[in-house]
Design a protein around this ligand. Structure first.
Ligand code: AHR
Length: 504
C-alpha cells in the first residue's frame, strides 16, 4: 500500500481560522429566496414565512455570515424597490437571470431572516447600473440610527434599530462581460475608491471588499487586481476572489486536483496584493475574501435553455446542480485549501446556500428540505475547523492527471482548538485507484487521545442524494489507531477523512 506521513506540531501555526470562512451566499436567483428560504403559506414555514426546516439546517452548518442580494443580481438591483409596504413594491424584470422579481422579499426581510439563522449580513452594492450616491443612501438606510432621510425611511418601514451591516462588497464581478454595467479596471478602480471613501465617512466601522477578478481564467487577471487595488488599497479591508470548479469532461482524477488550482489562485492574489503594498510603501496587509466558491457545472445546459427560451418567470429552477459523491470530495479539498491559507483568507462564502448550487435543497411544490452530498464536508469542517490552523509537514506520493502535475495523493490540514483541547485532522486521499496508509506524528500534543475517524466514501463517484434517499453521508470507521504519539490511518481511495483527538 502507498504510504504518506504528516508531522503535526502545535508550534507550527498558520493562523487562527476566522469563523467567517464558513460563510455562504443567498442571491435573488432561481429558487434561493422564493421557495428556498421564504415560502409563506407552507406549514414548514414560521410566522414570517421563513422555512424553519431550512433555518435549522443553516444553523446546523454553522454559517456565520451570508452574502446578499447578489451576485450578478446586484448589478441592476434597485434597493428602494425591496423595502416598504409589500403591496407597494414593484415587480421588475430581473436582467441578470432573465427572471421576474416580485420584491415580496427584500432587504429588511433578509435582515430578519439572517438573525433567525444566527448569522450576520454581508451586503453587496450595485456598482453596475448605479453608483456612489445610491451606495451612500443604502448605507444610511441600513446603519444610521435615525434623524436623516434614509434612516427615518427605514424607521417608517417598521425597522427601528439599524441593521448594523458590517461587511460591504463594492460591486460584483465587475470585470465580467456578462455583468450589467461592466467596467474597465481603471473605471472600476476609481468608482470603487470614491464609493469606499464616501461609505467610510458615513460609517468608519464598516469593512469593505474590493472586487477582484471573476475567476483565475479572466484575461485581465491579475492586472485587474494590481490596477484596481492601486486605487482602493487604503480604503478597503479585503479583495474578493470567486471561482467555481467542474468536471465537464468526466475525468475524476483530474477533477480531484481542483484544489491545486484554487491554491495557485490564492497564492497569485496574495502576491498581487503584496506587490501593491510594496509599491505604495503601505504598512497595511490586505486580506482575501473568497466570497464565491463551489462546484458548479451540472446545470449549465438546462440554465441556458431556461433563460433563453423560458424567460421572465418568478423563481425558475435555475442552477439546481445535483451534487455527486466526487463533488463532495472536491468541496472537502477546497475547504482544506481555504484553511491552509487561514493567515490571509479571512472570509469565504460557499456559493450558494439553498437550491442554487447549494448544500440545502427544498422540493419543488413545497415539500421537504434535504441535504446534498456537499452538505457533509462543509458541516464537519465548519463544526470542527475552528481554532488555530497548524501547518503539517507532509510527505506524500504524487500522481499526474490530464491537466495537473505532481498532485499529492494526500491533501491535509489540522486545526487545534486550544480552548476545547481538541485537534482535528482533515485529509483527502485524491488517488482514485489506491488506498493510502498515513502515519501522523502528533507527539507534540501530549495526553491527546483518539476520539473518532469519520469518513466520506462511496464506491460510486456519481452517487447523489435526493429528497427520498440519502446515499452519501459520513460514517465512523475504525481505520485509525494511536500509539506512542503516532496515528496510523488507512485513507480509502478517493475518500474524505476527519480524524479527531482530544486531551484525555
Ligand atoms: O453564484 C452564481 C453566480 O456566479 C453569481 O451571481 C455571480 O457572481 C457568479 O458569476
Amino acid at each position: 500500500m502507498k504510504q504518506a506521513k504528516m508531522l503535526i506540531d502545535k508550534a507550527f501555526k498558520v493562523s487562527e481560522a476566522d469563523e467567517r470562512i464558513y460563510g455562504s451566499f443567498i442571491e435573488h436567483l432561481g429558487r434561493a429566496v422564493y421557495d428556498g428560504i421564504y415560502q409563506p403559506g407552507n406549514p414548514l414555514s414560521d410566522e414570517d414565512g421563513f422555512r424553519q426546516d431550512v433555518i435549522d439546517m443553516v444553523k446546523e452548518l454553522g454559517v456565520p455570515i451570508v452574502r446578499y442580494p447578489g451576485g450578478n443580481f446586484v448589478s441592476s438591483f434597485v434597493w428602494e424597490d425591496s423595502v416598504g409596504p409589500v403591496e407597494e413594491r414593484p415587480k421588475r424584470l430581473e436582467l441578470a437571470w432573465r427572471s421576474l422579481e416580485t420584491n415580496a422579499f427584500g432587504m429588511n426581510e433578509f435582515a430578519r431572516w439572517v438573525r433567525k439563522a444566527d448569522a450576520s449580513m454581508m451586503m453587496a452594492i450595485n456598482l453596475g447600473t448605479r453608483g456612489i450616491a445610491d451606495a451612500c443612501n443604502l448605507l444610511e438606510y441600513c446603519n444610521h440610527p435615525g434623524g436623516t432621510k434614509y434612516s427615518d425611511m427605514r424607521i417608517s418601514h417598521g425597522v427601528k434599530e439599524p441593521h448594523g451591516v458590517k461587511v460591504w462588497c463594492l460591486g460584483n464581478e465587475m470585470d465580467g462581460p456578462w455583468q450589467l454595467g461592466r467596467k474597465t479596471m481603471e473605471e472600476y478602480g476609481r468608482l470603487a475608491e470614491e464609493t469606499a471613501k464616501a461609505m467610510k465617512i458615513i460609517d468608519p466601522s464598516i469593512e469593505l471588499v474590493s472586487c477582484g477578478s471573476s475567476n483565475i481564467n479572466m484575461p485581465t487577471f491579475p492586472q485587474w487586481e494590481a490596477t484596481t487595488l492601486e486605487h482602493t488599497y487604503e480604503y478597503v479591508d479585503f479583495v474578493s476572489m470567486h471561482n467555481y470548479y467542474g468536471n465537464p469532461s468526466n475525468d475524476t482524477a483530474d477533477f480531484l486536483a481542483a484544489a491545486d488550482d484554487m491554491d495557485l489562485f490564492i497564492k497569485s492574489v496574495i502576491a498581487t496584493c503584496d506587490f501593491v503594498k510594496a509599491k505604495k510603501r503601505s504598512k497595511k496587509t490586505l486580506n482575501l475574501s473568497f466570497d464565491e466558491w463551489n462546484v458548479w457545472f451540472h446545470s449549465n445546459e438546462a440554465d441556458n435553455d431556461l433563460m433563453k427560451n423560458h424567460p421572465w418567470q418568478v423563481a425558475p429552477p435555475l442552477l439546481e446542480d445535483i451534487y455527486t459523491f466526487e463533488d463532495a470530495l472536491v468541496v472537502g479539498t477546497l475547504m482544506i485549501t481555504l484553511l491552509r491559507h487561514a493567515d490571509r483568507i479571512k472570509m469565504a462564502c460557499l456559493a450558494q446556500l439553498v437550491n442554487v448550487i447549494a448544500p440545502i435543497m427544498t422540493q419543488i411544490g413545497g415539500g421537504k428540505a434535504w441535504k446534498q452530498t456537499i452538505y457533509y464536508p462543509f458541516l464537519l469542517t465548519s463544526r470542527y475547523g475552528r481554532g488555530t490552523v497548524l501547518a503539517p509537514v507532509a510527505e506524500s506520493p504524487v500522481h499526474d492527471t490530464c491537466t495537473h502535475e505532481d498532485v499529492t495523493d494526500l491533501l491535509g490540514t489540522a486545526v487545534w482548538n486550544q480552548e476545547k483541547e481538541e485537534l482535528t485532522i482533515f485529509a483527502v486521499n485524491r488517488n482514485v485507484d489506491e488506498d493510502l496508509k498515513l502515519e501522523t506524528d502528533v507527539r507534540s500534543l501530549e495526553g491527546y487521545t483518539l476520539v473518532e475517524h469519520v469518513v466520506l466514501e462511496n464506491q460510486d463517484m456519481k452517487a447523489a442524494n435526493s429528497a427520498e434517499k440519502e446515499t452519501v453521508a459520513p460514517c465512523n470507521t475504525d481505520r485509525s489507531s494511536l500509539s506512542d504519539g503516532i496515528i496510523t490511518s488507512i485513507l480509502g481511495k478517493a475518500s474524505w477523512n476527519m480524524i479527531r483527538l482530544k486531551k484525555a
